[in-house]
Design a binder for this molecule. Structure first.
Ligand code: PLP
Ligand code: COI
Length: 342
């Protein structure tokens, strides 16, 4: 079926789903090896109503991007880290781990067979969504007998409307994202639905997203809806330490390495919300969010503005340094980028 490619307005891409041409799919029975997967036309799945993923949320996803670099090449950013994170999640949710070579091959083939959907350099990226789920039927609450791993892609623009333009965020006073011992540290699909109503409510009040505090003390910053949190005070960059309730973002990890290499002091620590509210700059970071400057935070009745609503100097430096590596404007000294033949 011909997809509506000709109607794409590359200048005004948003972070929304657009059906593309092809998808990767592979299956595995519990206790057996993953079969070699296939590329097929993008299509609906046929799945048992008793599938583990539909009944008990036994599923994981990943989020990655293929970038059209300024030299015209197509590159992935640290794809092995996504493979590793999905394996960690699979162990937590009792699913068979997808071997790294199968994961990377699936991602590469999905990009190659949808290459016409990769936005021109600087206009957007091809978002890659690997999914791993318990697709076999199960009535008792236990791991499904069969699993599906698939990859689909969609061209996207900025996650936050306005790109780097500072966003207004709100601390969630009544909801938490994850509790110790739960699944917050992995990209479980079930971590996201409970955040939808709090996030929708915040958006209806004019905020771009919410910031979650920890579920035990309601005191320490955890993360922003679907991105990690950073704040900067007196030139020191701080981000919440990974204690199992926060998703270990690959962008987060990369910013820590990048900022240290540029001579900044970076601390992974508990960040008391009161400390963050006195910071000089705040931003959040993730694959979809990239580096998004935070212009203000509302906590209870208090609203604190950062950098007079502008983008902080260090935030901009981190953004520029990261994006320049991703679009190959600057040298990939860390060896993070993987080029794909398209
Ligand atoms: N935190 C959550 C809850 C997320 O969903 C994401 C997005 O993947 C991130 C943080 C950032 O992770 P990454 O940088 O790997 O995209
Ligand atoms: C990503 O940054 O890739 C994410 O997974 C965020 C997503 C929930 C929109």
């Amino acid at each position: 079926m011909e997809k509506k490619y000709s109607t794409i307005d590359w200048e005004n891409l948003t972070f929304s789903f657009r059906e593309t041409d092809r998808m990767y799919i592979s299956n595995c029975k519990q206790g057996e090896e993953w079969e070699i997967g296939n590329m097929q036309d993008f299509q609906n799945l046929s799945i048992s109503p008793a599938a583990g993923v539909l009944n008990y949320g036994q599923g994981l996803f990943e989020g990655m991007k293929a970038y059209r670099a300024i030299d015209g090449s197509v590159v992935l950013f640290r794809p092995k880290e996504n493979a590793k994170r999905m394996q960690m999640g699979a162990r937590r949710l009792g699913m068979p781990e997808v071997p790294e070579d199968i994961f990377i091959d699936a991602v590469i083939r999905s990009v190659q067979e949808n290459s016409r959907w990769i936005p021109p350099a600087g206009k957007g990226t091809l978002y890659i969504r690997p999914l791993l789920m318990g697709s076999g039927p199960i009535l008792g609450v236990s791991p499904a007998p069969e699993y599906t791993f698939l990859v689909y892609v969609s061209p996207v623009g900025p996650y936050f409307k306005g790109g780097l333009k500072p966003t207004s965020l709100k601390i969630s006073e009544n909801h938490h994202r994850a509790a110790p011992g739960g699944s917050g540290g992995v990209k479980a699909i079930g971590n996201y639905a409970p955040g939808m109503v709090p996030s929708k409510n915040a958006k209806s009040e004019g905020f771009a997203e919410i910031i979650y505090l920890d579920a035990v003390n309601h005191k320490y910053i955890e993360e922003v809806g679907a991105a990690n949190f950073f704040c900067i005070k007196n030139g020191v960059i701080s981000t919440p330490e990974l204690t199992g309730t926060i998703l270990g973002g690959i962008t987060r990890l990369s910013i820590i390495e990048l900022a240290r290499s540029k001579g900044y002091e970076v601390r992974e620590e508990k960040i008391d919300v009161e400390y963050a509210l006195t910071a000089d700059e705040c931003f959040c970071a993730g694959t979809a969010a990239v580096v998004s400057s935070i212009g203000s935070i509302k906590h209870g009745d208090i609203v604190v503005e950062f950098c007079n609503g502008g983008v902080g100097e260090i935030t901009r430096d981190i953004y520029d340094s990261l994006v320049s590596i991703q679009n190959r404007k600057s040298e990939d000294v860390f060896g993070w980028m993987m080029e794909i033949d398209v």
